[in-house]
Design a protein around this ligand. Structure first.
Ligand SMILES: Cc1cc2nc3c(=O)[nH]c(=O)nc-3n(C[C@H](O)[C@H](O)[C@H](O)COP(=O)(O)OP(=O)(O)OC[C@H]3O[C@@H](n4cnc5c(N)ncnc54)[C@H](O)[C@@H]3O)c2cc1C
Ligand code: FES
Length: 285
């Protein structure tokens, strides 16, 4: 069981709407965190409310012993965090979970973010050393992309897209991704975090082009450490006859997109067929 860490809030910034940047101080969390990992955190030092909430790590500043979260206030736990004053403390477990893997040398990293799903990908961009990287950042409207201007200093090109056309390209973020894939010629790895439908679309695009993709899932999480089983997701490898349930908190939240059993997909059958057709373990169904 990871230790409970008391983390003082050292920076709080409203980004407008329900979005906040919250920076906490803790040297080990800042030092140990890897892109794609998350913390289970709750405001205050009391035992109530009992459940912590999961939030991806947006960035770390190791010399300053700080880590920052990008929080959309949607309910009791996230609102309490966003209402903390600088100097107040939260309780946190983490960093937790399986991080994103690094792209092989010479392979472009294509990052696909929907809404607050930009958080782990911003951290990923911070850690990418050299190489080509591009972020496709989508939301319903401009108000869903409050981090856009702050991402401009990172060493990657950014392609914003909004469904209402109020910022960047009009339509789903997977449309400019598809255009990019048409000219990438197989030297790319995809990383995605956002709504499930977007992740599924990214998985399909990757599969159609024989590319590797990693997706960060965000099921409901109660404990974050593999004991409550509230976060199970179905996964299935190409070599496996049946799907298995896996805890997203310990075996994820980052999964190989080809292993995720997406809603409505008959993976068992299609995976067996792919295997029988001799396409091998690298061929996601
Ligand atoms: C691994 C992981 C990383 C996450 N990273 C971030 C992040 O970086 N920034 C961020 O703002 N949020 C993130 N979330 C979502 C965040 O955990 C939830 O918004 C939060 O738990 C809601 O708690 P609450 O008490 O404020 O709201 P609740 O009262 O629990 O719920 C309020 C509303 O939010 C909905 N909701 C709750 N959890 C989720 C969820 N996981 N996905 C979609 N809707 C949900 C509920 O259905 C309800 O309608 C992440 C979730 C996971 C699993
Ligand atoms: S959140 Fe409890 S087992 Fe994953």
């Amino acid at each position: 069981m990871p230790a409970n860490r008391v983390v003082p809030l050292v920076g709080r910034e409203s980004l407008g709407g329900d979005f906040f940047l919250l920076s906490f101080e803790h040297p080990e969390v800042a030092r140990e965190a890897a892109p794609g990992q998350f913390v289970m955190i709750k405001a205050g030092l009391s035992a109530e409310p009992p459940l912590r909430r999961p939030f991806s790590i947006l960035s770390v500043d190791v010399p300053a012993a700080r880590f920052t979260l990008f929080v959309k206030a949607v309910g009791q736990g996230s609102r309490a965090l966003c209402a903390l004053g600088v100097g107040a403390s939260a309780q946190c477990l983490g960093p937790l979970g399986r991080p994103f893997s690094s792209p092989p040398p010479g392979v472009a990293a294509l990052l696909v973010a929907g809404g607050y799903g930009v958080a782990p990908l911003r951290f990923m961009a911070q850690r990418l050393e050299g190489g080509e990287a591009r972020l496709f950042y989508g939301g319903r409207s401009a108000a869903d992309l409050p981090l856009l201007e702050r991402l401009r200093g990172l060493p990657l090109s950014i392609v914003p897209a909004t469904e209402d056309g109020s910022l960047g390209e009009r339509g789903r973020v997977t449309a400019p991704l598809e255009d990019q894939l048409a000219v990438t010629h197989g030297r790319a790895m995809l990383y995605a975090c956002g709504p499930e439908a977007m992740l599924h679309a990214v998985a399909r695009l990757a599969h159609a082009r024989g590319l590797e993709a990693e997706v960060s899932l965000d099921p409901w999480m109660g404990c974050g450490v593999g004991t409550c089983l509230g976060c199970v997701v179905r996964v299935q490898g190409a070599e496996e006859a049946r799907p298995k349930y896996r805890c997203a908190c310990t075996e994820g939240p980052v999964f190989d997109a080809a292993r995720v059993v997406w809603p409505g997909e008959d993976n068992s059958r299609s995976r067996r067929q792919a295997l029988e057709a001799g396409r091998g373990a690298g061929a996601p169904a």
